[in-house]
Unconditional design. Structure first.
Length: 94
């Protein structure tokens, strides 16, 4: 849930919306959208539900990332873990 701002930006860009266009649909300002995306503030529950409706998704996509994002994140972690294990084995052989 830490990456709500990144999730909003990713979904907004996928929808080919500017911050201004999204702000207009949410009845808020571009600055508010910018603050969400930069992690300065977080949308309230009502705004999260509105964002989900605009993007044609559910609140989980706002909170945890679009479908598939978790699999990509897990794959990155698996690669890092493999590299760390390989490095540890090399050090152990010394």
């Amino acid at each position: 849930m830490r990456d709500i701002g990144k999730n909003i930006r990713d979904l907004r860009e996928r929808a080919k919306l500017t911050q201004d266009a999204l702000a207009e649909q949410l009845c808020t300002t571009r600055q508010t959208i910018s603050n969400y995306e930069r992690g300065k503030t977080r949308p309230d529950v009502e705004q999260i539900l509105r964002l989900a409706a605009i993007f044609g998704t559910d609140a989980n996509a706002i909170l945890y990332g679009p479908p598939g994002a978790e699999r990509r994140r897990d794959a990155r972690l698996d690669r890092k873990s493999t590299r760390l294990n390989s490095s540890h084995e090399e050090v152990s052989r010394m």
